[in-house]
Design a protein around this ligand. Structure first.
Ligand code: 2P0
Length: 354
């Protein structure tokens, strides 16, 4: 009998409209919708192999070659059991001849091709790759949007990495979470000109985890309530329209405004959370000045770059391909350390589901 095994990769995604806050911490249901760009599969990704075998005694997991405990009732255990449930319902209950893989234990090995501690979204690509690899192992007929409901329960942002290009995660309204899924706003082929430059300001682990930080924000920040009600819904509509129109100026304006508001909400948390450092803020100043000059009528009157920062000090700069060289020169000029930036790369790539 051939072994039951599948290997799948999923890339990192970087949000333009940030997810920050849960209304249900167990199901991982967010307080607001979010929107991200899935990076190119060739660059930052997690690759996961899953194997099911009747001889396996328990589910086991290795991350970058080191075995990790699968905590009972924890996020990893939830994802694995949800995928087994889908295997049983969608495959074994429908086709009596299908091997009863849902009754076997699984062994899972996952690798990141980037440093886990670099403050890049390893949990997003990791849980997306895990979900995609189990979906392939179990031959599930489910589309990525359905699988995103499972990846979401591993790590919220992971649901967006199951789709390529420009991806929205709908907050949804149902208590069950069945409408809190990821959908593609546009494929990467719609706007291949947009690139991302990742500036690694610090590769040390962050002080406040996203999971605990966002919960503290939900409990203490009045600004978060304003953001959820009065800012995010309009921004989701506006940035989706900007993407569909390939309007980089508007895309940049909204992306930077949302990054800044996300960090303002962190500062509005008690006690406050600081993710950016002096270098992060200096990069903001450089890009703001670059855009101020670009916005002059004689220079075309449109923004040429957009910064965004997640729960850490590292900058991601989105820009049309034609501007990337100039932006790298600026960054090297103002921040001349070695390894201050990574090479630019093309974005996108689908998560290779199925
Ligand atoms: C995002 N971040 O939209 C935002 C921007 C960080 C800042 O998603 O608790 O690691 O596992 O659901 O997904 C980080 O949150 O948190 C995050 P959990 P997750 O990309």
């Amino acid at each position: 009998m051939a072994p039951f095994i599948a290997t799948t990769s999923a890339p990192v995604n970087i949000a333009c409209i940030k997810y920050w806050g849960k209304r249900d911490t167990k199901l991982i249901l967010p307080t607001n919708s979010s929107l991200s760009v899935t990076l190119d599969q060739d660059h930052l990704r997690s690759t996961t192999t899953s194997r099911a075998d009747p001889s396996f005694k328990e589910d086991r997991l290795w991350l970058n070659g080191v075995e990790e405990n699968i905590k009972s009732g924890g996020r990893m255990a939830t994802c694995i059991s949800e995928m087994k449930r889908m295997r049983k319902e969608l495959v074994e209950d429908v086709d009596a001849s299908a091997p009863k893989l849902s009754t076997f234990s699984v062994h899972i090995a996952s690798y990141n091709n980037f440093p886990t501690a670099a403050g890049l979204a390893s949990s997003a690509s990791g849980f997306a790759a895990l979900t995609a690899s189990l979906a392939a192992l179990y031959a599930l007929p489910s589309p990525p949007t359905t699988l995103s409901l499972i990846a979401r329960q591993g790590s919220g942002s992971a649901c967006r990495s199951l789709l390529g290009g420009f991806v929205a995660w709908n907050a949804g309204e149902l208590a069950s979470g069945l409408d809190s899924n990821a959908v593609q706003v546009a494929p990467e082929s719609h706007w291949p000109d947009i690139h991302a430059l990742i500036c690694v300001v610090s590769d040390t682990k962050k002080g406040t985890s996203s999971t605990s930080g966002m919960q503290r924000t939900v409990e203490t920040s009045a600004l978060l309530q304003h953001r959820i009600k009065h800012c995010v819904p309009q921004r989701m509509a506006d940035i989706s329209a900007a993407i569909l129109a390939r309007d980089f100026d508007r895309f940049a304006e909204i992306t930077m405004a949302d990054s800044n508001q996300f960090h303002a909400v962190c500062l509005d948390t008690a006690p406050p959370i600081f993710y950016m450092n002096d270098v992060s803020r200096a990069i903001i100043a450089v890009i703001e000045e670059y855009n101020r000059v670009a916005l002059l009528p004689e220079n075309g009157g449109k923004r040429k770059a957009a910064y965004t920062y997640d729960a850490g000090p590292n900058a991601v700069i989105y820009a049309p391909a034609a501007n990337i060289k100039e932006i790298i020169s600026l960054i090297i000029h103002y921040f001349p350390q070695q390894d201050a930036f990574k090479d630019p790369f093309g974005l996108f790539g689908t998560a290779g589901v199925g």
